[in-house]
Design a protein around this ligand. Structure first.
Ligand code: FE
Length: 196
């Protein structure tokens, strides 16, 4: 299967002033595209090349896993942010958040805590686990919750390349900007609905 770089769901400057067009340019064109190119090169002519991206993530190890998962994770990350994001979720996702964390504010606090506490490179996820519970997970490097039988609902990239141009070492400032202004609750709601 030939994988493609999915289009960004918004213009590169759409997340300003929180995330600059320059950061999105480098993150999407260099990092995201780089994972795609390395994956294509690694699987070319191999039996695994016939599998779907999710199948590769669930079965591969090493470089093939890393690049496949990073391709998937970044596509999910762009969709997890929105220029109209942040604020309060509604409907079923609101009820699920309140049920799992007590309140949206408590979810935001815990999510930021996990994102900021993830040592080194990685990801902070809101997931629905295999027991249908909403959970916040921190994963290192390329690791993806699909391998824990959990369904991702939202993600924030906490690799330094996601924030260093805009926030330097202030991961907390970046995480807070995502949580308060960019998290795409409509995307999370659609993912929750699809998981039921
Ligand atoms: Fe990234």
């Amino acid at each position: 299967m030939e994988f493609k770089l999915p289009e960004l769901p918004y213009a590169k400057n759409a997340l300003e002033p929180r995330i600059s067009a320059r950061t999105v340019e480098v993150h999407y064109e260099k990092h995201h595209r780089g994972y795609l190119n390395k994956l294509q090169k690694a699987i070319e002519g191999q039996p695994i090349a016939g599998k779907s991206l999710e199948e590769i993530i669930l079965s591969a190890e090493g470089g093939v896993f890393n690049n496949a998962a990073q391709l998937w994770n970044h596509t999910f990350y762009w969709k997890s942010l929105s220029p109209k994001g942040g604020g309060q979720p509604g409907g079923d996702i609101l009820k699920a958040i309140q049920g799992a964390f007590g309140s949206v504010d408590e979810f935001k606090r815990k999510f930021a805590e996990v994102a900021n506490g993830q040592f080194g490179s990685g990801w902070a996820w809101l997931v629905r686990d295999e027991k249908s519970q909403l959970k916040i997970l921190g994963t290192p490097n390329a690791e993806n919750p699909l391998r824990q039988k959990a369904t991702p609902l939202l993600v924030v990239d906490v690799w330094e390349h996601a924030y260093y141009l805009d926030f330097q070492n202030d991961r907390n400032g970046y995480t807070q900007a995502c949580v308060d202004h960019l998290l795409n609750w409509e995307f999370a709601a659609a993912n929750l609905k699809a998981a039921k």
